[in-house]
Design a protein around this ligand. Structure first.
Ligand code: KG4
Ligand code: ZN
Length: 334
């Protein structure tokens, strides 16, 4: 069978990225231009600034990606683009670049939902086996998705308020850590003990999550300690927070796996990079004899490689858009 090369473009938040993936599994070339150093001065992503930087970087990133692969656009079979969800101004920059390339080089345009991208980052590790349960943990999403086949997404549950990554970032800000706080909390937690009492959220019978109560508990604890002029042990607080957040994710994941009789588990999204979560997933794997896939660190946070991988399976299913495709800041996983 002829090899299929998909060029993916991702610009939904603060990373401008382009990648070429062969047959949905081999990373031929990936370029990621991150804006973290710019946004950390503001404590989070500033949408207007993000869009402007995408405009400045997008053509450079695409050219670099093709150069690194030693390929021309003529050798590309199709272009996969994150159409949403995300910051609308940022999404539009990637979308317009993808549409322009599609028009000029007469290549099919494949719309990819950002979360489908995170899920398909796992196909860069090993073949996805169905039925599978995807634990999606990013800055904007916390969901349990059941997949019986490629692009058959069935949402079992999700967060009722904050996403888990958002909660990591907010807790980090409260204790004076720079954006993005998730990796810093994770790092601090490694050197701490979970000595602070925090509530494990939503121990109910659903597959849902809730993180705003945990966030408030950390804010209140920090505030009370400050008022009493007691110093906070940041390592121990990070360890206490991470323990409870991960416990909550594992609780509902275990329940969903058992009740739906699923043996294949994949983890997706930026928080999949958390060493605390990865350890507990390993324990769950042993406990339930699971077939687990977690993306390599470099494919956990936003990148175009996962978009190109997701794009390959979409292409094979004929999920092709025309040039009227528009960006969506919010859209159901499909
Ligand atoms: O998937 P992602 O790059 O962007 C979204 O689609 O939202 O996820 C970003 C989130 C941020 O909240 C970030 O703090 C978190 O992933 N994150 C981590 C780690 N690395 C990134 N959270 C915990 N531990 C990490 N090592
Ligand atoms: Zn993401």
């Amino acid at each position: 069978m002829k090899d299929i090369y998909i060029l993916g473009i991702e610009s939904s938040c603060d990373e401008t990225s382009c990648a070429i993936v062969k047959n949905g599994v081999s990373d031929i070339s990936t370029i990621i231009s991150s804006q973290i150093d710019i946004h950390k001065n503001y404590g989070g992503v500033v949408p207007e600034i993000a869009s402007r930087h995408h405009v400045r970087n997008i053509t450079i990133v695409i050219e670099e990606c093709l150069g690194k692969a030693n390929m021309t656009m003529e050798e590309i079979d199709a272009i996969a683009i994150t159409y949403g969800p995300g910051l609308i101004g940022s999404l539009l920059v990637g979308l317009e670049a993808a549409k322009t390339l599609s028009f000029i080089y007469n290549k099919p345009l494949i719309p990819v939902h950002h979360i489908a991208g995170h899920i398909y980052a796992n196909s860069l590790e090993k073949k996805m086996e169905f039925p599978l349960l995807a634990l999606v943990v990013s800055g904007g999403h916390t969901e349990l998705i059941l997949m019986k086949d490629h692009y058959k997404f069935e949402k079992l549950g999700g967060t009722l308020d904050d996403a888990v990554g958002e909660c990591y970032d907010k807790v980090a800000r409260v204790i004076g850590l720079e954006y993005p706080g998730g990796p810093k909390i994770d790092q601090l937690a490694c050197g701490g003990t979970p000595s602070y009492q925090l509530p494990v959220p939503l121990r109910d019978d659903s597959y849902n999550f809730s993180f705003s109560g945990l966030k408030s508990a950390v804010i209140n604890l920090n505030h009370n300690l400050e008022q009493r002029k007691e110093s906070i042990n940041r390592e121990n607080l990070a360890a206490s927070f991470q323990k409870v957040a991960v416990e909550s994710l594992i609780l509902k994941t275990r329940k969903a796996l058992i009740e739906n009789n699923i043996r294949n588990l994949i983890v997706a999204g930026g928080v999949a990079a958390s060493t605390g979560l990865r350890e507990k997933i390993k324990d769950l794997q042993e406990e339930l004899s699971l077939n687990v896939t977690i993306p390599s660190m470099k494919y956990c946070t936003d990148n175009a490689t996962m978009i190109a991988a997701a794009g390959y399976y979409a292409y094979r299913l004929g999920r092709i858009a025309d040039l009227s495709l528009n960006s969506k800041s919010n859209d159901k996983l499909n």
